[in-house]
Design a protein around this ligand. Sequence first.
Ligand SMILES: C[S@@+](CC[C@H](N)C(=O)[O-])C[C@H]1O[C@@H](n2cnc3c(N)ncnc32)[C@H](O)[C@@H]1O
Length: 255
Amino acid sequence: MIDLDTKEFYDEFWPKHVPIYEKTKAYMLETITERQVGRALDAGCGHGICSVVLSELADTVTAVDLSTDSLATAREQAARFGRGNISFHHQDLQTLAPEFRAFDLVWCWGVAMMAPDPMKVMHNLMRATAPGGTVYLGLYLKTWLSPVHQGVRHFCRRFMNTPRRKKLVLDFFAGLTNLVCRLRGQEINRRDDNVSIQAQVDDWYYPPYKTFYSIEEILDLFRRNGFEASCIQDRLGRMKSATIFVVRAVKQAQA
Ligand SMILES: C[S@@+](CC[C@H](N)C(=O)[O-])C[C@H]1O[C@@H](n2cnc3c(N)ncnc32)[C@H](O)[C@@H]1O
């Protein structure tokens, strides 16, 4: 069963906003410790740029996503960079097929918390990891602002979701960001690897599902399932986002 709401959102989003390869690569090489990997899984590959970077570290990359238009974009990126060791699959990570297994490295950045049932995704990622393999999981951090964010997001999706209204919201937040930054004499905190503030606002307020987590509950989840886990980035990194943390978890041999 494919989550059709999320599919629809990313079918629209990724074909229009492919990140800059060099920026994504720099971030991934900073984040991933391993340099020679056998089988890698890009879980929720979206635009496919992360799959391209992984394919330079791994013998083979299996890239899955539920958005067919994103997968088409990802295939174009693999061709553009001449990478022949990536296979693409239409899968919902909540119901990931059992043959997706024994991966030495699992990359799942900005994906699991977009599912209606993120725990199903996380359990499937743990199941798909080979003993000794490593999971890199990037999730939204739960803070006191998370309920405010959820309120605005539900409002936007419910009442401001026609093309004209959505444009109003995106332009409003872009204008507000410009104004606040100008008044503070700051530069706008633009996401390195995306094109416009409007696109950032879209990706922030319009995805159909979002769940925020504490670092402790995710570390605990991995540890209970036989992984050695640590938080390697807390509100830093790729998207200069104050809300993402990244956990690195290694599956113990007996898990
Ligand atoms: C924010 S994007 C992240 C893309 C990429 N991982 C990156 O770091 O740039 C989220 C991606 O996850 C995919 N996705 C969300 N829920 C999913 C699910 N349940 N199964 C598979 N893919 C999913 C979306 O289609 C989208 O391409």
